[in-house]
Design a protein around this ligand. Structure first.
Ligand code: GLN
Length: 477
């Protein structure tokens, strides 16, 4: 039996039926990481001891004939912005290079409670700021489908680990597209749940009103299973919603006939690559042939989404990152003589260029005299963008768009041009700003064999419908 490249159900039932052990599954993945990850760079830290302890626990359950939980025995990767007790958690930054959290992120704890085996922490852009993973303070990630290309970002390590069979599933975070865009670039499935669906307790904050945790996996069913495991109210996160968590797998097989799909012209304009455009059109045709009705909708404020996002996200980041002062758990510069020199040099040496750029932009947007003109204005536009979706969702059940205007670009291609990099998020930031769920699924390839992603956006807390549509498309395609 091949022990890598499995789905959740295949891995869990193999352990349950004693065709293999969790230990063997974990070890097969570590061997694969050892052989492949030198050229990909998906992992920053491996936590073998923790993994083997958990594997042993699951194997004992299987040996005693106890039914395994949802993720029993499944090897997973965790983006390095999620705290793991006793395991280094860097957020891709030198400033947290030696940080060992004393507690677990709720989403990670829930994965483990559901039987998952955490193999290690995956690479990402520093503090999740980026679209290419080139902002990691440690090393970039190479796209497993073409090593000269980026895997997307900021959850590039999670997407690459899943795509290269170095994990069955992985957790990522999405503030402006960081789960969906790398999923699209690496040819895997990535789900950003509704804001509030999954607790962020223990997630290292980037922009708190936009941050989401969600799964990346090889199939739609696998992201549905992981969402089920991690969703739901958490008393440790007051923004987590107190709503029942449906079993996201039960409705997956239901027909999509009669569902109304919105298509917005604002997502098919200038800058959209021809091959991506064509693939997304074909996917929409496929959904039509499955019985969906396509309805034109308008999201007129879309052109303002990028500036709105980069004002709000940087403003919140400048405030969230003020805590890294060299006093407590972060990096401290050596040989300093005064307190202010310690702050200054610790932050100067600890943060990378993109993080500093964001802190400066955000501080400016929040400063007296500019607050009304920038930050407050951006908040108002955010409301207009949210209303665009509310209006559209009166007419349709879901909205389909490209995930990203292009397929994976080359390493280095945009790293000296922040504006070009920011524009790569044009189709993803809107859902974060509106707090609605979105999924990216593979929908074909370019001539150069690079994966293309289809994005499906849904109503607040209606992950079930977008999962159903995505599953139907995946099966048909
Ligand atoms: N690429 C976007 C940014 O750089 C989104 C990042 C994210 O979703 N974490 O801010």
């Amino acid at each position: 039996m091949n022990l890598t490249g499995l789905t959740i159900d295949a891995a869990r039932s193999a352990v349950q039926e004693r065709k293999t052990t969790t230990l063997a599954l974990a070890e097969a993945h570590y061997v694969r990481i050892q052989n492949e990850d030198g050229q990909i760079g998906a992992y920053l830290t491996l936590c073998k001891e923790r993994a083997l302890e958990q594997a042993d626990r699951i194997d004992r359950m299987a040996a005693e004939g106890k039914p395994l939980p949802l993720l029993g025995g499944v090897p997973v990767g965790i983006k390095d912005v999620m705290s793991t007790r006793g395991v280094r958690t860097t957020a891709g930054s030198k400033i947290l290079g030696n940080y060992i959290p004393p507690y677990d992120c709720t989403a990670v704890a829930r994965m483990e409670a559901a039987g998952a085996v955490v193999l290690g922490k995956t690479n990402c852009d520093e503090f999740a700021m980026g679209s290419s993973n080139e902002n990691s303070a440690f090393h970039p990630v190479h796209n497993p489908r073409d090593l000269t290309r980026v895997p997307g970002g900021s959850s590039g390590g999670s997407a690459a680990a899943v795509a290269a069979d170095m994990a069955v599933v992985a957790l990522g975070s999405d503030t402006g597209g960081s789960i969906r865009q790398p999923a699209s670039f690496c040819g895997v499935v990535g789900l950003m749940p509704t804001y509030g669906r999954v607790s962020r307790y223990g997630l290292i904050a980037f922009a708190s009103s936009l941050d989401h945790i969600g799964p990346l996996a090889k199939t739609v069913k696998d992201v549905a299973i992981v969402l089920h495991a991690i969703a739901g109210r958490d008393p440790m996160d007051s923004t987590s919603a107190d709503l029942p968590v449906p079993d996201y797998t039960t409705d997956l097989e239901k027909s999509v006939r009669g569902l109304r799909l919105g298509v917005a012209k604002e997502y098919f304009g200038e800058g959209l690559d021809d091959e991506v455009h064509h693939a997304v059109e074909s996917a929409i045709d496929e959904l039509k042939s499955l019985g969906c009705e396509v309805v034109p909708v308008s999201l007129p404020h879309t052109p303002y989404a990028i500036p709105t996002y980069y004002l709000i996200a940087t403003a919140e980041a400048s405030s969230n990152l003020a805590r890294y002062d060299g006093v407590r758990y972060s990096y401290r510069a050596s040989g300093v003589k005064t307190l202010s020199e310690m702050y200054r040099r610790s932050r100067d040496e600890g943060f990378g260029a993109e993080v500093k750029r964001r802190i400066m932009l955000g501080t400016y947007a929040l400063s007296a005299g500019y607050y009304d003109a920038y930050y407050l204005k951006a908040q108002k536009v955010r409301t207009l963008l949210t209303r665009d979706f509310e209006e559209a969702f009166r007419k349709v059940d879901a909205i389909v768009t490209p995930t990203s205007p292009t397929a994976a670009f080359r390493l280095g291609e945009k790293s000296n041009d922040p504006l070009a990099m920011y524009l790569a998020d044009i189709y993803t930031v809107t859902a974060d700003l509106a707090g609605i769920p979105g999924i990216s699924i593979p929908c074909g390839e370019t001539q150069g064999k690079l994966p293309i992603g289809l994005q499906i956006l849904g109503k607040h807390f209606d992950e079930a419908t977008i999962l159903r549509l995505a599953h139907a498309y995946e099966r048909a395609a």
